[in-house]
Ligand binder design. Sequence first.
Ligand code: OOG
Ligand code: NI
Length: 461
Amino acid sequence: MSTIAPWQLRAAFARRLSTMYGREVPAYQTLVQVSEEVNRDVVSREGDRAQRLGTIDRITAERHGAIRVGTPAELAQVARIFGALGMRPVGFYDLREAAKSAVPVISTAFRPVDADELARNPFRVFTSMLTPADPRFFSPGLRTRLETFLAARELFGPELLGLADRAEAEHGLPADDAERFLDLAVQAFELSPEPVDRAWYAELEAVSAVAADIGGVRSTHINHLTPRVLDIDELYRRMTGRGIEMIDAIQGPPRWRGPDVLLRQTSFRALAEPRALREPDGTITTGALRVRFGEVEARGVALTPKGRSRYDTLLTEIDQRSAGSPGRSRADVAVEVWEQGLPDTEAGLREQDLAYFTYTAAAGRPGGVPPESLSDLVEQGWVTATPIVYEDFLPRSAAGIFQSNLGSEGSRDTRATGVGYDQDWLAGAIGRDIHNPFHLYAREQTASIETAAATLHLTTL
Ligand code: OOG
Ligand code: NI
């Protein structure tokens, strides 16, 4: 029987998750529909230029999901399920540190790491784990009860995990096992109908709504699923025009005349969903919990460490200038800061080593002896440079997305100091290396330069 390869499992999982989430959260369907309309319009307006950061087929299928788990053991299981889909942990995000909107979680993203796998299907999942040992959020007593509660639940059954391990070891599954694996995997992320213990949930909610969403229930669920859009400002207008209340801003870099960098995101607020609640006297009532929301994103070019630190400096600059001029809109200030701080062409980003590109020997290149520097090769038409799309997340935007969807601020003991939970700890807890996103982009860029150099018989690039 034919084997279903990891990328096919990944694509099928993303599709089925999307169908399931659309059934559970109908507003998500609207978001997908409007995104597809916007993408079609942008492609017919701009043609190939619109597809510079990915083909329309890739972008139409492209989603990121978000899930949240409670313990290292649960996260290790998630890593096995995503491992079966060819998705590896990339990057480390500590959302406990965000100034205004601290959330008691640390996160990584599971995604494909090779360029050909990304091109086949780039599905990624932002995955967060609760930090009960952080005394800024949890008292010792609450921590103990929370850890006991989490240790007693089972998010993923043995059959699902067994199939996942086989798929990872054997690089795919036979068709009927693949079917079973996908069914079980999607089910594991459905919203459970099991009643929620109202008092326990409320106790955690007083600390953080995210803590309650993770540790207040005995199962996990997909928290949002995010389509990619080519014009996020237009999407924002059209969703607002349909009466869907979006959060008040687009997170990330501003819209401006230069290239899109990194990631811009926006979301609509979590919707109140009916949930069965178990009251302290044991009776079951129906309440409403606001947990799941819709998000959409536009992706730009990946920045080098130098570009990224420039980006971070510019964000701080925007904060300072807007604080100093309350009469001006933040968006206007952002554009001004961007125009002063970043080159407004791809060539500028390339020459200052601010962004990653792939380099290919040009089909219609000139004859004779090629120049020996990369920028001359590009300028004189020997080599074409194509931006590498940013495949990861931004901690500040993530914190903003979390926060804008929380009902209450929660509480934090600012006198206590944070504990542990760094990237090495996380890697150890799940028994897998966590990839450094910069290394992945650099590796792709270097490989392309080597191939181009070989094609042009250059040894010095
Ligand atoms: C994750 C929030 C972060 C993003 O796109 O930055 C995120 C969550 O709500 O669980 O998904
Ligand atoms: Ni997200």
